[in-house]
Design a protein around this ligand. Structure first.
Ligand code: DAK
Length: 257
């Protein structure tokens, strides 16, 4: 499959998608988002891939939705646009997705990173929801995911006053998993992806589902879901393999079934 706005490759068991619109700081239009999601969905059904990394370049992960493409849009055009469906597609990806972020992750770019399962940031990463500066507000999850990640007080400043978070602040407030020097952020994200991709695939899939369910449900329902998913794993060969390997002091050989 050839793409116009993204580059894809596989490193070990990690599928990597790079947004490649550097002149516009990787601004996200419908085509970029559709290509990105098509690539992730292709990796999601590829048995050779266990985890995905989404990245941009050193200067920008993505500086937001494409303002030039949106500037003249009507309400109905926005309503009918397939843009928001792309974030919904990302939520349906079953394998873990790591955002490797350097430079600007703003507006829709920040919302894209936050819709991933983990974020590895470079020291130069900047996160923000500056939509207020152009007369609108976040529309692809910024008010919801940012608030859940950093809490109401800081989210209000970010959304209402366009405050950016530096990489170290993002780490301090729990928005990102780790911060590494610029020259290492992609390598670090791929390394993390490789470690996850080498684990029991069905357990990884259900564990991701359970953690993400936290944001959708009550504690009691979440605990009930977790328990059912846990029991389900006893129908897999990998549960037998993992426990037998532990008991016999040997490394497990996962089959993904
Ligand atoms: N859109 C289009 N072009 C952009 C862009 C953007 N978001 N960000 C940067 N660019 C372009 C610039 O126009 C410039 O292009 P030329 O003028 O050279 O042709 C080029 O990238 C380099 O940018 P600058 O010259 O501005 O570079 P600086 O280093 O001076 O500044 C900056 C970098 C990131 C601070 C600045 O570019 C900036 O403020 N960019 C805009 C950031 C922003 O406001 N982002 C939020 C956009 S609104 C939804 C889906 C998505 C969304 C909402 C709803 N639904 C479907 C419901 C998301 C909305 C947004 O993200």
């Amino acid at each position: 499959m050839s793409y116009e706005y993204i580059l894809t490759r596989v490193d070990g068991r990690v599928g990597i998608v790079q947004i490649n619109r550097p002149k516009a700081l990787n601004a996200l239009n419908v085509d970029v988002m559709m290509e990105l999601m098509s690539a992730l969905e292709a990796f999601d059904v590829d048995e050779a891939v266990g985890c995905m990394v989404v990245t941009g370049n050193e200067r920008a992960f993505a500086a937001g939705a494409d303002i030039k493409a949106m500037a003249e849009a009507t309400l109905v055009a926005m309503l009918n646009s397939p843009m928001i469906d792309q974030w919904d597609r990302l939520q349906k990806v079953t394998k873990p997705v790591i955002a490797a972020v350097s430079g600007f992750a703003l507006g829709g770019g920040c919302e894209l990173a936050m819709a991933c399962d983990m974020i590895v940031a470079s020291e130069s990463a900047q996160f923000g929801q500056p939509e207020i500066n152009i007369g609108v507000m976040p529309g692809a999850g910024g008010t919801q995911r940012m608030t859940r990640a950093v809490g109401k007080a800081l989210a209000m400043e970010i959304v209402l006053n366009g405050r950016f978070l530096s990489a170290s602040e993002a780490l301090q407030y729990g928005l990102v998993n780790r911060v590494v020097p610029v020259e290492l952020y992609l390598e670090e994200a791929i390394k993390l992806g490789q470690q996850i991709a080498e684990r029991a695939p069905v357990a990884i899939r259900l564990a991701k589902e359970a953690v993400n369910a936290t944001f959708e449900t009550t504690l009691q329902s979440g605990l009930a879901l977790e328990r059912r998913l846990f029991y389900m794993l006893f129908a897999t060969a990998d549960q037998k393999e993992g426990m037998d390997a532990f008991i016999n002091k040997r490394p497990p050989a996962w089959r993904g079934e």
